[in-house]
Write a protein that binds this ligand. Structure first.
Ligand SMILES: [Cu+2]
Length: 622
């Protein structure tokens, strides 16, 4: 998104050169070919401890699928090294870039000065090829986190790793041993090609080059309907109610700690031990449903923060979320850790075992469960449906009915990209289930194909595919903070933002306005603000605010649990509190990489009141 075209165009030749090298005869024979099994030929993930770290970002040969490929790695490994920090330390991380393109590392969920946050174009200038950037900051928290690239598609290429911070004080639970379980999604495809595939009309309807403004201009010139039909946007509905992931198990090989299901990552235990499992969803585009048949899991932390213990048999982990659970394996000598993708097309798999090589049965994938009207925020009878949405969903199965935008085409001219001030203006927060209003910028917007008519928080909903499956499934309602609201103040004001998109265009945005046309969301330093999210789209979006906590509220608008990433299933409306205690510009985005890339991204700017006053003063003088 920052220097997007530049980054990706530099990346492609690299991969192409690499593949040509294979065809020409064998740089990679030792890795990819022959009798070797189809596992990665990468350095194993190592653990680095202390307060000074040297990380080198480069490329390495990989083979997850039987085909030689190329991964973007840190110190030669995928996942990147497991970093162990200590709360209260000052850490120094020297990151050297051995790629031939810009790179970056973002420390996900970590409180730090904005210029250490690692988002090129927002918080710093990125790490140019051949150079070293030194991150240095105080560690003010503890728990299970991760880190990843925030440049181009490098995260999809393997640049992610676990980050564990030892607490200064004792935790409210104990354990005998621990394992990190980092889930991710691998593709042999060039991620840019994949992204373009999702766009479906590469080179012709390329969102990288064609903006909403272009679309509007074309529409004014050629007529809205002509523009739409020319671009093939309405010829078919890309979205079927079964589409639960943009890429999914047909396009991905899922990894557990960098190991394929066939490779079977194995973590050891001794009978009678209590084992802490630190789950991290480090995937680019995947949501996982995780269980360990035969074992109850006691959830003790979410997104690094302690929660009141709750026992479950299964949990859904959205992209970028982390969850710590305790298990006490005793009866068997092996247990399968099973993480099926939400679209039920693939899974990551590993084993907890008392000895190497022991295995347990691997469950089959659950059946696909279809999204319902309720899933999309149409509460059904009684609830007035927004015009955009109802028409569109009435007809699935049948050939696509003329949908929202097509309806609007009848009304006069298409709207220009809306004014960017929408966030502040939709500040009311309606109670659950009441008819939902929408930002004006969503109306007659070719980037918006649906609106939720009556969204609700559904915190106690396990989610599509997990309801009534005979297992005790964790919900957000089960996550209750182990500590009271650290701020304690009620929010002074409310900002409402809608998660919007158009499936057929693979367009994603907040309030119908992609990042390229947006203005920063302004917060005042020190204020406590409530952010209400309304998902007007058919996809689940894990929303991540950098630099500050997202304190999820319960149905009554009270503090419930502290998170860094809040997942938003289709048709939900959920709220969280932010203490704007971190001055500077911060990224705020969907953590599905291609959604972010397509525009579901904003900058949140926390103004320092003193600086602002100073600037105003200076302005007055000039
Ligand atoms: Cu998203």
């Amino acid at each position: 998104m920052y220097d997007r075209n530049e980054t990706t165009s530099r990346q492609r030749p690299t991969r192409r050169r690499f593949l040509q090298g294979v065809a020409a005869g064998g740089v990679l024979a030792a890795f990819g070919g022959g009798a070797r099994s189809a596992t990665a030929a990468l350095a194993p993930m190592r653990t680095l401890r202390g307060n000074e770290f040297d990380l080198v970002i480069g490329e390495a040969a990989a083979n997850f699928t039987g085909r030689a490929s190329l991964a973007t790695v840190v110190n030669g490994s995928l996942p990147a090294p497991l970093l162990r920090w200590r709360e209260g330390d000052a850490v120094t991380l020297r990151v050297r870039n051995d790629l031939d393109e810009e790179t970056s590392i973002h420390w996900h969920g970590i409180l730090l000065p904005f210029d250490m946050d690692g988002v090129p174009g927002v918080s710093f200038h990125g790490v140019p090829p051949g150079e070293t950037f030194t991150y240095r900051f105080d560690v003010r928290q503890s728990g299970t986190y991760w880190y990843h690239a925030h440049s181009g598609f490098q995260e999809q290429l393997g640049l992610y790793g676990p980050l564990i911070i030892e607490p200064r004080d004792a935790e409210p639970f104990s354990y005998d041993r621990e394992h990190v379980i980092l889930l991710s999604d691998w593709t042999d495809r060039d991620p840019l090609a994949l992204y373009r595939l999702l766009k479906r009309q590469p080179g012709y309807f390329n969102y990288n080059d064609r903006t909403l403004g272009d679309f509007v201009r074309d529409s004014k010139r050629d007529g809205f309907k002509t523009t739409l039909s020319e671009r093939g946007a309405w010829g078919r509905m890309r979205m079927k109610p079964s589409d639960l992931a943009d890429v999914g198990g047909h396009g991905y090989t899922y990894l557990m700690n960098g190991v394929t299901p066939a490779g079977n990552w194995t973590g050891s235990f001794a009978r009678g031990e209590r084992v802490r499992l630190r789950f991290i969803n480090g995937s680019a585009m995947s949501i996982f449903d995780v269980r360990i048949p035969g074992l109850e899991m006691t959830v003790v932390a979410a997104d690094g923060q302690s929660v009141q213990p709750v026992s479950v048999e299964e949990f859904r982990l959205s992209a970028a979320e982390t969850l710590d659970v305790l298990v006490e394996p005793a009866a068997e000598e092996a247990y399968t850790v099973f993480a099926q993708s939400m679209d039920r097309a693939g899974f990551a798999r590993g084993t907890l075992a008392v000895r190497d090589g022991a295995e347990a049965p691997v469950p089959s994938l659950d059946p696909v469960v279809y999204l319902t009207m309720a899933d999309m925020g149409h509460a059904g009878h009684g609830a007035p449906a927004a015009p955009a949405a109802a028409a569109e969903h009435a007809g699935h199965g049948a050939p696509a009915a003329p949908s929202a935008a097509a309806d609007h085409a009848g009304h006069a001219a298409p709207a220009a990209p809306a004014a960017p001030a929408e966030a502040a203006e939709h500040a009311q927060h309606a109670a659950s289930g009441t008819p939902q209003t929408h930002p004006a910028s969503e109306s007659r917007n070719p980037g918006v194909d649906m609106q939720a008519a009556a969204p609700s928080s559904r915190l106690d909903d396990p989610g599509v595919g997990l309801r009534n499956n005979g297992r005790r499934v964790l919900t957000y309602a089960d996550l209750k903070s182990a500590f009271p609201d650290p701020d304690g103040r009620a929010p002074e004001r409310t900002l409402e933002l809608h998660l919007t998109g158009h499936m057929d265009r693979f367009a994603w945005s907040f309030d119908g306005i992609p990042f390229s046309g947006s203005e920063p969301i302004e917060l005042n330093h020190g204020e406590r603000v409530r952010i209400v999210l309304v998902n007007d789209s058919m996809m689940e979006h894990p929303i991540h605010l950098h630099g500050m906590w997202s304190d999820l509220e319960n149905e009554a608008g009270e503090f419930q649990v502290r998170k860094h990433t809040i997942s938003m299933p289709p048709g939900t409306k959920r709220s969280f509190r932010v203490t704007a205690d971190a001055p500077g510009p911060w990224a705020f985005h969907c953590h599905l990489l291609f959604h972010m890339e397509a525009g579901m991204f904003r900058v949140v700017r926390v103004s320092n009141r003193e600086e602002a006053a100073h600037e105003n003063g200076a302005h007055t003088h000039s």
